[in-house]
Ligand binder design. Structure first.
Ligand SMILES: [Zn+2]
Length: 343
C-alpha cells in the first residue's frame, strides 16, 4: 500500500494542553509518526512524499476565514505577547452556532472563536504541519479515486475533531473529511468510518446535513470521555442527512468482543447505505497499551476490523487519527494496513 508522509509535518511540536487543571505537554508528538514509520519500514508498504495539491482540497472542507486565521495567528500572537505565551483561548464561543457570531478583532477573542478547547495550542509550525498532513490525505484519496487501490495518509496532526471553522483536540484540519471530499469527485456516495476511541465530532459536524457522505463513528461513551458534548447515539443527522450519521458507543471497560459488536453496527449501516468508497479514520487509541485514554482493546481487536473492511472490496483511504506512544502503536497500524490490503 502507498503511504503518504512528509517530514514537514514534524514542524508542529511542543504543544501543550490542559489536563486536570495543569497546562502539560501534549501527547500528540512527532515521535508518534516516527513509531508508525519505523513499523511500516518493516512491511511492504512504500512511503511517498505528497505532491502539493494546493489549498483546493482543503477549501472544499474548511471556511476561508478560518484558514486565514490558522495561517496567521501564531505570528500575530508572538508579535503581541512574545514567543513563550501559549496561543490558547480563554473564552470559547458556541461552535455549533457560528452564524450568530462574528470573530472578535482581538487575538485572544479570535482564538476563542476559532478554537474549541485547550487542546489545540497553535505553535510556530502548526499551519505548515497541518497543511502537509492535509496534503497527505488529499494525495492518498486522489490516488485511490484514480486507481481504486487502497492508500494510507499518515496524518499528523490528526483531524477528526476539527470542524469547518474550528480546531480542537489536537486537530486543526479535518484530514478524513478532505479525503472524503476528494473521493466525492469520482464516487457518488462515500462512507467515513471512524474507529478512534474518541467521537469524530468534527467530521460529524461537517457532513451532518448531507446524504452523500455517511459518517459512522464508534467510540467510548462521551459521558465519560472527550469530547463529552457530542457522539451520542441519538445524533443521527439533520435535514437531508437524517439517517446518514451513526454513533455507536462502548464503555471504558469494553473488550475486543464489545469493540467488534460495535463495529457490527457500523457494518450494518454501511451495508444499508451501500457507499462506493470508504475513508477509515484510523485512530488506535483504544489500545490497552495506549497511555492516553485507558481502554482495553488489543491489537487483535483492531486487526479483525481490518479483515472485515477488506471483505467489502471498496476503494479505501486510511487516514491516521489518534494513537499515542506505546510499543503497540507502530506495529498495530502497520499490521492493520497489511491485513486490510494484502500487502
Ligand atoms: Zn482519539
Amino acid at each position: 500500500m502507498k503511504v503518504f508522509w512528509s517530514d514537514k509535518q514534524n514542524a508542529h511540536g511542543g504543544a501543550r494542553f490542559l489536563r486536570c487543571g495543569q497546562l502539560v505537554a501534549s501527547p500528540e508528538v512527532p515521535e508518534r509518526s516516527a513509531a508508525i514509520l519505523s513499523a511500516i519500514a518493516q512491511s511492504r508498504h512504500t512511503v511517498h512524499a505528497p505532491s502539493d495539491l494546493g489549498l483546493g482540497p482543503i477549501e472544499r472542507v474548511h471556511d476561508l476565514d478560518y484558514l486565514k486565521f490558522l495561517r496567521g495567528i501564531h505570528a500575530h500572537w508572538v508579535a503581541e505577547f512574545g514567543e513563550d505565551a501559549a496561543a490558547l483561548p480563554n473564552v470559547l464561543s458556541d461552535k455549533t452556532n457560528p452564524s450568530k457570531l462574528k470573530p472578535p478583532r482581538s487575538l485572544v477573542g479570535a482564538l476563542g472563536y476559532y478554537i474549541g478547547d485547550l487542546a489545540a495550542e497553535v505553535r510556530a509550525g502548526t499551519w505548515d504541519a497541518s497543511y502537509m498532513s492535509a496534503q497527505c490525505a488529499a494525495n492518498a484519496a486522489r490516488l485511490t479515486r484514480q486507481t481504486g487501490a487502497a492508500s494510507y495518509a499518515l496524518c499528523r496532526p490528526p483531524g477528526h475533531h476539527a470542524g469547518n471553522g474550528w480546531a480542537m483536540g489536537f486537530c486543526f484540519l479535518n484530514n478524513a473529511a478532505i479525503a472524503a471530499e476528494e473521493l466525492r469527485l469520482t464516487y457518488s456516495k462515500v462512507a467515513v468510518i471512524d474507529v478512534d476511541v474518541h467521537h469524530g465530532n468534527g467530521t460529524q459536524a461537517i457532513f451532518y446535513e448531507r446524504s452523500d457522505v455517511l459518517t459512522a463513528s464508534m467510540h467510548s461513551d462521551p459521558d465519560f470521555l472527550y469530547p463529552f458534548h457530542s457522539g451520542r447515539e441519538d445524533e443521527t443527522g439533520l435535514g437531508a442527512g437524517i439517517g446518514h450519521n451513526l454513533n455507536v458507543c462502548y464503555s471504558k471497560d469494553a473488550r475486543d468482543e464489545d469493540f467488534l459488536t460495535a463495529f457490527r453496527r457500523v457494518e450494518r449501516a454501511v451495508e444499508t447505505v451501500q457507499p462506493d468508497a470508504l475513508v477509515v479514520a484510523l485512530g488506535v487509541d483504544a489500545l490497552e497499551a495506549d497511555p492516553h485514554s485507558g481502554h482495553k482493546i488489543t491489537p487483535d481487536g483492531y486487526i479483525e476490523i481490518a479483515r472485515r473492511l477488506k471483505a467489502w472490496s471498496l476503494p479505501t483511504v486510511f487516514v491516521q487519527e489518534g494513537g499515542y506512544l506505546s510499543d503497540q502503536l507502530g506495529p498495530t497500524v502497520a499490521s492493520f494496513l497489511s491485513e486490510a490490503s494484502d500487502d
